[in-house]
Structure formats: C-alpha cells, structure tokens
Design a binder for this molecule. Structure first.
Ligand code: ADP
Length: 502
C-alpha cells in the first residue's frame, strides 16, 4: 500500500503592516520576528486612542527588548504632547456617555474584560514574560489571574457604589491619567483601569517604556470586549510622555506607580492644580522572623519575599530581621534553598529566577551590591551558571549588615536580601521603622499577640503575618512616608476614583 502522502496545510499569507502604522483592529499583521502562535506580537504598534491604533504625530518609535535574549520584540510609538492631547480629548468626549451608562452595564464590560483575560491568559503570560523577563510560572499563576481578578472584583462594585459610600452623593472624578511601571505591567494596568471604569471615569494610561506590550494587547482586548471608544486610551512613551500627561490641564486625577523620585516630581507638578493624585512608590520592607516562627515555612516566605519577580517588587521583603536565637539556622537554610533556585529562560516553567529587567537595572543592582561589599557586609551568592546573553543576576544574600549600609537604606529592586539580627520585639520594631519608606512588612511568629503588637507598631501600609507577598483585590495596597499616598484595591482604592459629597 502506498504511503499516505502528508499534505501540509496551506501557509497563511499575512499582509505586512500598512505604512504609517495605522493598524486597524482585527486586521492581520505580519508577526514580529520573535512572535509565536502563543505570543502574537506585531512588529510595530501605534497609540491606542479613541478605540483605534494610530501613529504618533511625530512618527517616532522606539524598540522594546526581551531582557533574556536582548532581541527586539517590537517597536512602539512615542506619544508627544499633541498625541497626549488627542488621547485626553478622546477620554473627555467618552466621559459623559460612559458616566451616564447604567452602572450595571459598566459592570458588565468589566466582567467581559475579565473573562477575555482568562480566555487569553496564555498569550498574555507569554508576552509578559518575554517583554519583562519574569518567569512564566509567575506571569501564568500570578500576574494574569490577578489582573482578571481585579476586573471581576471592580465589575462587582460598579452598581454597588452606594453601599461602598452610604449616605453620600457619588460622582466620578473625570478623566484619569495613569502611569505605571515595568515590574507588573499587565497587573498594574488592571489595578489602575478597573477601579477607574467601575466608578464611571475614563482613562489615559501610559505603560512603562520598557514593557508596553501587554498593555497594548490589553488595548486589543478592550476593543474586542466592545468597550466604547475613548473610555480607555493607551499611549506609549517614556518620562516626557508621562510628564505631558501629568501636566495636561484636561486631567482630573493622576494615578502613579513608580520610583519615589518621579513620584515627588509628580506631586510637585500637581500641587495647587486641584488634580487628585495617588502615588505608589518605592519600599524597603522589613521581614521579621521571631525565634518561635515555623522555620521552614518562614524560609519559604523569605525566599518568595525577596526573589519573586527577581526582587523587582516595591513591597519585596528586602531587609530580613531575624531574632538572634534562630539567625544561624535561618541563614543556613536560606543559603541552601538559594542554591536550588532555577535561574534562566523565563519561558521555561521550571524557572524560579528570570532575567533582570534591563541593562540599566542590572547596573544599578551591581553598583549597590558592590557598595554592600565595600561597606563590609558579608556576601553569599548562589552558584548558578548565567546564560551568555541577556541580563542576569545571581540570587544574593548579605549577612553582617548594619543599618547604615546602603544596601539597608536604598531600594535595590533586585534579588538581593540583607540580613540583620535583633534580640527583642522593640529592637525589631525600631529597626524595621528605621527607613524613609513605609510600604510593606512581614512578621513570622507562633504568637497571635506578638503579631498584633508588632504589626500595630510598624509604620507600613501593607503587613503580612506568617506569609508574604499575598495579594487580593479586596485588600487596599499603598504606603506611608516616601512610599507614597493613597491606596489601591478594596474600598479605599475605590475612594480614589470618586468625588463624595453630602
Ligand atoms: P523606574 O525607576 O522603576 O523605571 P520610574 O518612576 O522612572 O520607575 O518610571 C515609572 C513610570 O513613570 C514609567 O511609566 C515612566 O515612563 C514614568 N515616568 C518617568 N519619569 C516621569 C515623569 N517625570 N513624569 C511622569 N512620568 C514619568
């Protein structure tokens, strides 16, 4: 019998992107060289304004790079002041009809967005890991499901705001300008967009210049969800684009997540303008381990607290405070555990530590680690082989550190933990609070009373007990001191997007 001839399915021809980068939604585009079936990435993206992708007026574009391979994934448009103006005008025009829409209908859009995110979870996870370098296990199990959860949660609030703010007249703030960082690109977009829409606001969102791809994918998804044009506009660009958004008179509120330095600039820029603002900035969390803590669970909590997302986490547990009696045991176990972390390809589901986000971030981490060594701390690094290409940093633990060391004072934003010891709860509290930051903290102990006593005295907005880095859309997140102001998530997060009166 003659062998059955295998016939290949005919190759699909996809037309190249039209000149001028004016993609129309739904139009097939030639995939970028790094794109796969699981990550449909266009070679170039326009700005998402008024429900369509359009070129920046200047025609300027810049690349976004995969930090694990250094390959360019795509080029995105640089929005100038004219484009920012156009996006804000679209959001303003959409505001009235969106705000007048029956609240339960607004909620339905949020539910639809959440469901589409779940349906396309794999693609979002792959692109998130390619663009930012984080392990696929995290983008798959954390970033994307959490983003969907935020849309579900806020979809639920849309027609129940009267219960959130009983006895008050509730009005949306208006047009929200939202600026987000590169460490949780999709999730931060969800944190910002979901509460804004639930409360009847419209949005102009700017993702970080180095991780714009999942926000642009989200733009495609929003259009697929049938969200009315102009309700959410997504513009790409760097600091200048962000500053143009902040300074634009057509913005009623700024929601910013990023560095303390830029947060301060934004606060200065909005002073006396009447613009509402929330700022979620840096952190230097104390992770406190008492000698009655469940040791092995605490070790896992510490590892997760500092090495999650390569330590590119504002609430990372970067200062470990261990009670003297267990310090030796904890450090020995941490060092052993650190050796077993799998470092490498972010798209491998066994990877624990992915790529450092960018060359600039790698250099910053290296500089602070050098400072730690020079100031006399004792360094322990794991022995994994680093891939030849891309940006990588070995998980690192410093012992023998002092409060005055730069590694204990400055946010490293990398996989670097510094360890200090303490004898009494008061000493732990004093050391924990000895920082200009106040975002998060953690306490491990067997004693409930100690949990309440210590956390009550910690000046940090988010506190975990016998766990770390646990998130829920119902929990408000935000900081004190130089970690920012305002809260995101939960009732407190809703309050940032409404004007209340009697
Ligand atoms: P990081 O140091 O972690 O990159 P940044 O605070 O610089 O954090 O960036 C966070 C976000 O703020 C990014 O989207 C970035 O483009 C934006 N940004 C940077 N500078 C400014 C500025 N002066 N005004 C508004 N946004 C800015």
């Amino acid at each position: 019998m003659a062998a059955k001839k295998k016939t290949r399915p005919p190759e699909k021809t996809v037309p190249a992107a039209p000149p001028g980068n004016d993609f129309r939604l739904g139009e097939p585009y030639a995939p970028a060289p790094e794109a796969t079936d699981h990550a449909r990435i266009a070679p170039a993206y326009g700005l998402f304004i008024n429900g369509a992708f359009v070129s920046a007026a200047s025609g300027k574009r810049f690349p976004t790079v995969n930090p694990a391979t250094e390959a360019t994934l795509s080029e995105v448009s640089e929005a100038g002041p004219g484009d920012v103006d156009k996006a804000i005008a679209a959001a303003r025009k959409a505001f009235g009809p969106w705000n007048r829409l029956k609240a339960s209908e607004r909620g339905k859009y949020l539910f639809r967005i959440a469901r589409l995110l779940q349906e396309r979870a794999r693609e979002f996870a792959v692109i998130e890991s390619m663009d930012g370098g984080k392990p696929i296990r995290e983008s798959r199990d954390f970033d994307v499901p959490q983003a969907a959860a935020h849309f579900f949660y806020h979809g639920g609030w849309a027609d129940k705001l009267a219960y959130a703010f009983p006895g008050r007249k509730i009005a949306p703030v208006g047009v929200a300008g939202q600026i987000i960082p590169w460490n949780f690109p999709l999730l931060m977009a969800a944190w910002k967009i979901a509460p804004a829409l639930a409360c009847g606001n419209t949005v102009v969102l700017k993702p970080a210049e180095s991780t714009p791809l999942t926000a642009l994918k989200l733009a495609e998804l929003l259009a697929d969800a049938g969200l009315p044009p102009g309700v959410v506009n997504i513009i790409t660009g760097a600091g200048d684009t962000g500053a143009a958004l902040v300074n634009h008179p057509g913005i009623d509120k700024i929601a910013f997540t990023g560095s303390t330095e830029v947060g301060k600039q934004i606060q200065r820029a909005v002073a006396a303008t009447g613009k509402r603002h929330t700022l979620e900035l840096g952190g230097k969390a104390a992770h406190i381990i008492f000698d009655d803590a469940p040791v092995d669970q605490a070790v896992e909590g510490i590892i997760n607290g500092i090495f999650f997302n390569q330590g590119h986490v504002c609430c990372a547990g970067s200062r470990l405070l261990v009670q003297e009696g267990v310090a030796e045991t904890i450090v020995a176990k941490l060092r052993r555990r650190m050796e077993n972390l799998v470092l490498g390809d972010p798209l491998d589901k066994n990877t624990d530590i992915g790529a450092i986000h960018s060359r600039a971030q790698l250099e910053r981490i290296e500089a602070l680690v050098r400072a730690g060594v020079e100031e006399g701390a004792c360094i322990h690094q794991s022995g994994q082989t680093l891939p030849a290409k891309g940006y990588w940093f070995r998980p690192t633990i410093f012992t023998e550190t002092a409060q005055s060391h730069r590694i204990n004072r400055e946010e490293i934003f990398g996989p670097v933990l510094s360890v200090m010891t303490f004898r009494t709860p008061d000493e732990a509290i004093e050391k924990a609070n000895n920082t200009p930051y106040g975002l998060s903290g953690g306490v491990w102990t067997d004693k409930g009373a100690k949990i309440f006593g210590v956390t009550g005295a910690l000046r940090a907005g988010v506190l975990w007990a016998n766990t770390f880095n646990k998130f829920d859309p119902a929990s408000p997140f935000g900081g004190y001191k130089e970690s920012g102001l305002g809260r995101e998530g939960g009732l407190h997060g809703l309050a940032a997007y409404v004007n209340l009166s009697r």
